[in-house]
Design a protein around this ligand. Structure first.
Ligand code: NAD
Length: 246
């Protein structure tokens, strides 16, 4: 078990990659904190994890709301005494080409995908500094390395969270804390599966492996980066794309 007794907070873990990451972390022995805005999804994931014998708790947290994050951090520390891993996974898309994008679309995506990562990391960093150990993992994207049509707002946030980990790697490395980003290509989650069949087929065609990633194939990379197997990986942005960008 790679993550035995590590306390891990995973944002946006009521669905998709976050849920798969919660399941994988629990299987690796972690104590998992499921947090999301989706109460029904939290309840389902926590019940599934507990049914396997895993230690799991759920919190309704909006990553744009520092009070809700602080309440979770306080409760987790009261219950388990520490925070070893934060996976900043919560994210949304509100796509439009630049000339059609509303300020609301821009601001909402920045608030959740970029400021939300800042809010959550700020809320745990003092604890990690006190412990002299911790791992921070940010959900970037292939779009955060290459940009994408219709995603001015999303691309800015996914580039931004890579900037965060490179900065935090420099600031926090001497305090025993590692920070890395994961940049998936196309992953078969509710976010992507909602797209028209023709668009999905076009996406698969562009990948040398001729298929989308399964959420578990991203979760396994988070588990590796959270573990001591990745003890010298710091400030990296790891592409997990099936070769999409070649
Ligand atoms: N699916 C892909 O192809 C893909 C590719 C690259 C990167 N990503 C990134 O991976 C992450 C997860 O994506 P997914 O495809 O699993 O999406 P998803 O929509 O399945 O899950 C995202 C979760 O975040 C939660 N969430 C949304 N706003 C929130 C908020 N304000 N506070 C707390 N939780 C909130 C949602 O309720 C949902 O449960 C995102 O950051 C996404 O940008 C996804």
């Amino acid at each position: 078990m790679k993550l035995k007794d590590k306390v891990a907070i995973i944002t946006g873990s009521a669905s998709g990659i976050g849920e798969a990451t919660a399941v994988r972390f629990a299987a690796e022995g972690a104590k998992v904190v499921v947090c999301d805005v989706n109460q029904a999804g939290i309840d389902r994931v926590v019940a599934d994890l507990q049914a396997t014998g895993a230690a799991a708790v759920g919190f309704v947290v909006d990553v744009t709301n520092p009070e809700s994050i602080a309440a979770m951090v306080t409760a987790v520390k009261a219950q388990w005494g520490r925070i070893d891993v934060l996976v900043n996974n919560a994210g949304i898309t509100m796509d439009a080409q630049l000339y059609k994008m509303s300020d609301d679309q821009f601001d909402r995506v920045i608030d959740i995908n970029l400021k939300g990562v800042y809010n959550c990391t700020k809320a745990v960093v003092d604890t990690m500094i006190e412990q002299n150990s911790g791992v921070i993992l940010n959900a970037s994207s292939v779009v955060g390395v290459y940009g994408n049509f219709g995603q001015t707002n999303y691309a800015a946030t996914k580039f931004g969270v890579i900037g965060f980990v490179k900065t935090w790697a420099k600031e926090l490395g001497k305090k025993g804390i590692r920070a890395n980003a994961v940049c998936p290509g196309f992953v078969a989650t509710p976010m992507v599966k909602a797209m028209p069949e023709k668009v999905l087929q076009g996406m698969e065609e562009r990948v040398p492996m001729k298929r989308l990633a399964q959420p578990e194939e991203i979760a396994s990379v988070y588990a590796f980066l959270a573990s001591d197997d990745a003890s010298y990986i710091n400030g990296a942005a790891i592409e997990v794309t099936g070769g999409l960008t070649l």
